[in-house]
Design a protein around this ligand. Structure first.
Ligand code: 5GP
Length: 172
């Protein structure tokens, strides 16, 4: 299958640095943040973003899936691993690869709410596919808007392949 480049590695990393600068400006530099990575898709974005954050960060990982092996949302979230430390009175930064219908984030935000009153919960996503939104979820920080293409690379997969590719591509 031929992959067309949508965003190259330089542009991705440059934009992620800009996003980290925005986050650094909004958060105080001495207050700890629990940064939650939604696996597997956000893995590359998360790793790159974390390098540039200036405040003390605790790194946490959850594994959720709503796409399975398909190119569209199943409409159901599988929580494959969702163990998190207590979030009561903590600042939380949720890191997602792409917000599509918003189902996955909606699920995680409800879960976080059930775990007690966090001090603040912010959402950062690499991509926002606004045209597909079905749930009332609004990222606080977004690197790129994307239209209704199925994109891969930089953590994003097609049937588990392409995650290791260092740029964003799409399959024609
Ligand atoms: P949502 O729950 O918002 O409908 O979907 C979010 C998840 O669907 C993302 O974390 C990602 O795993 C997957 N997804 C949505 N759009 C795309 C896409 O264009 N490409 C890939 N590879 N995954 C996508």
């Amino acid at each position: 299958m031929e992959l067309k480049t949508l965003i190259d590695e330089n542009k991705l990393n440059q934009r992620i640095k800009e996003l980290a600068d925005e986050i650094n400006n909004d958060f105080t530099c001495d207050e700890p943040v629990i940064a939650i990575c939604i696996l597997k898709g956000a893995v590359m974005f998360y790793a790159e973003l974390m390098k540039h954050l200036k405040m003390p960060v605790k790194m946490e990982f959850v594994r959720l899936s709503s796409y399975g092996n398909s190119k569209t949302s199943s409409g159901k979230v599988s929580a494959l691993n969702i163990s998190l430390p207590p979030l009561e009175n903590q600042k939380v930064l949720v890191v997602e690869d792409i917000v599509d219908t918003g189902l996955t984030l909606n699920f995680l935000l409800n879960y976080i709410k059930e775990k007690g009153q966090a001090k603040e919960v912010k959402l950062v996503t690499l991509f926002d596919k606004k045209c597909a939104r079905k749930y009332n979820v609004h990222p606080d920080y977004c690197a790129f808007d994307v239209d209704n293409k199925f994109i891969v690379g930089f953590g994003l997969d097609n049937q588990e392949f392409y995650r290791n590719i260092p740029y964003i591509g799409y399959i024609e």
